[in-house]
Ligand binder design. Sequence first.
Ligand SMILES: *Cc1c(COP(=O)(O)O)cnc(C)c1O
Length: 399
Amino acid sequence: MPGYELWGEEEKKHLNDIIESGILMRYNFESVRNNHWKAREFEQAIQKRMHVKHVQLTSSGTTALLTALNSAGVGAGDEVILPTFTFVASFEAVLSAGAIPILVDIDETLTMDPKAVEKAISPRTKVIMPVHMCGAMADVSALKELAKKYNLLLIEDACQSFGGTYRGKYLGTIGDLGCFSFDFVKTVTCGEGGAVLTNKEEYYVNADQYTDHGHDHLGNNRGAENHPYLGLNYRISELHAAVGLAQFEKLDKILSIQRKNKKVLKDALKEVDGVNFRILPDEAGDNASFLSIFLPNKDLAKEVSLELSSKGIGNAYWYDNNWHYIRKWDHLKLLRTLAPLYKEHKELLPNYANADFSQSDVIISKTVTIPISLLWTDEELAKKSEIIKSIVSNVLANK
Ligand SMILES: *Cc1c(COP(=O)(O)O)cnc(C)c1O
């Protein structure tokens, strides 16, 4: 998963350009910045590689989501459909925009079930927001079709799937808008950072202005800029962008190591009867930062997860995880906020404390996910896959 494993001279070199010039701000200061524009360069590099018209860097993946929603005019009382399996930031962003998160079940892709999405569409629905979890894609074709049929926006939360593709197109570039995170544990990191991608000029101009207090960025005199509308400060700094630029240059290396390592683990587990794998709508486009396996049931999955941990094999059992699955999102279920909610929230939010997500429960409770490291040597990997295979075989043999 994480680009931070490949920290090195490249990051230091790009950082040093900024440290030497002392210009940490992405805008202005032309005469003293020694022509270093790290944020701009990083945006252009993503734009070129991912064949997308516009890229706007942000301060985080969370603010990228908020920027995408605001840029497309999504706000108070609008419903945004998103999956029960994601990171809390997805619904935090929707709530902060004033909109209503409508959570729906996942299927064995570990992403939103298009059938559940269609059922959840109401006259208030404005957005379908798939989350490409753990490095791989939702069923984008089916979701795109639904968006078209019901005239909805498709905003991809691709925060966990940088570099992944679907039928040759980069995740994050397929919907009306797409969002990435470059936080410390993502495929490519800036330390903290994010990006909004779109092919629509209007959304891009909005994103460019919104992330910088609504400044119109016209002309060279910052103080004389106009404000077409209210914005906020979701800017990325040049220091963060410098790190991202160095990491981005390693993307091919990151993807190829992950894909090679994941294949070894997956091939070993394919030999074990009773193990199944997450469904990938386009396996070739998996960024391969994680391997997710299905055990026959919850008890066996839990046992596998515990055994793996006891042998020092990093893994996630999402059903018990506070960050990623609805079962443990008490703060959302009880609507614990610091400040009062919008009136629309009180009126329109579903009661998540009593909601039935049994379809998701069945799938998540049988899932165990193993993060793929970039640092495993071939010997370590061979040893690890033997250990993992034997743990899983033993647990299944004793069932
Ligand atoms: C990490 C993540 C985010 C938020 O990104 P930050 O940069 O940490 O704010 C949003 N959605 C998903 C699915 C994520 O994994």
